[in-house]
Design a protein. Sequence first.
Length: 486
Amino acid sequence: MENVRNGVSDGGIKDVSRSDFPNDFVFGVATSAYQIEGARREGGKGDSIWDVFSENKDNIVDKSTGDVAVDHYHRYKEDIELMAKLGFGAYRFSISWARIFPDGLGTKINEEGVTFYNNLINFMLEKGLQPFATLYHWDLPYNLHTTIGGWLSDKIADYFALYAEACFANFGDRVKHWITINEPLQTSVNGYGAGIFAPGKCTDAIKDPFLAAHHQLLAHAAAYKVYKEKFKATQAGEVGLVVDCEWAEAFSDKPDDVIATARRFDFHVGWYLDPIFFGDYPETMRKRLGDHLPNFSERDRENLRNSVDFVGLNHYTSRFISHVETPREIHFYQVQEMKRNEIYPSGEAIGDRAASEWLFIVPWGLRKTLNHISKQYNHPKIYVTENGMDEEDSELEKLELHERLNDTKRVGYFKGYIAAVAQAIKDGADVRGYFAWSFLDNFEWAQGYTKRFGLVYVDYKNGLTRHPKASAIWFSHFLKGEGSVY
Ligand code: PNW
């Protein structure tokens, strides 16, 4: 039964058990290379834009870096063993481009980097975890930034295709699920617009995000084409793209708010998925951005069309969207003429807040997001590639270690959101897997180590030791099909 609060349904989300999902539904955990590996100068790795960005202490709130991170590079066996012990069936990790091609140019492969990922993948398989590999989780080889301008260059797609090809050739006999790019929107808007992510503000904060997005799409399509033409027949794997998408609920049923909500989706996911499923950017973007939005050639369109075997969805939170009149500046947010509200029209909060100021806990939003993507793009195969919440390190610091592990709020988050996935499957969405973000506490980009998203606590002050939190234990019971202990 669905409950309605302030005119908005709770999606009928209650309790959940493993048997609400098909047997072959994949449950995994997710991480990314820069956030966990460390070993910045080991194994022949080149610098990435994040290595250099975090050297500037103004860029990271606690002035930290990923130089050591949580040392997964050296502790990967311990980490994978723990994942397997908890009962997970898959691990979504990312490959550091600069470990494979230190200067990004695709000419000299770094054998030590290849060996590291071979060891990682082999160990995963030995422990019964399916590898889901992301090729690009924000750590562009720095040399590609300084020499060609990174994602602003139309040459980048060729370099990305060379890198993708090297990964398919070296790892594709064992990796059957590939993600080309993680959340291209965050790179475009935060990396090339706002400047809060690497590489930091560039030359034209208005045009650059749209150019960076365009080139990420073309790079994705180029990698997909390489796989299809050279590897698919022998390796029989799948290649997808990961987008991030909040749920956007119309603030009221006034036509202006309803239209603003649709526009919000266009600018958020339509920006990336419309070119793939329909051959061009959404009309609402074209109309508002004019020449600031690049054009696709016929060849681009052909390469992009249907260039995903699955859609990866990173989902954390929801907002109510209302229409606002703003000066129609060609700025990513202003041009959308909408406001993201954290309250119901009645004034009640949309959900409890996690540590990050953008993260409100709204389980029903995931059900609606999955159904929206399913309907909008003709029922694609979907993996939830990230979902999770954070806690504030400074708050946990005040507690004893065993108390820090008692993350009951996170247990509630996962129960609610996983139940929402089960509901979406019942509604008809073709969801094949779910990955919790993140396995370990880690380097949370501009927030450094101040925010903890892990199922496993990392003791930064005591040798980076790992301590499973209550949420990890909850998962282990859930995955075994045992009743919840919380
Ligand atoms: C994701 N937002 O990014 C990333 O893929 C992860 O690497 C990251 O650690 C995780 O979310 C948690 O932040 C996002 O502000 C970061 O809406 C911020 C937003 C969305 C996605």
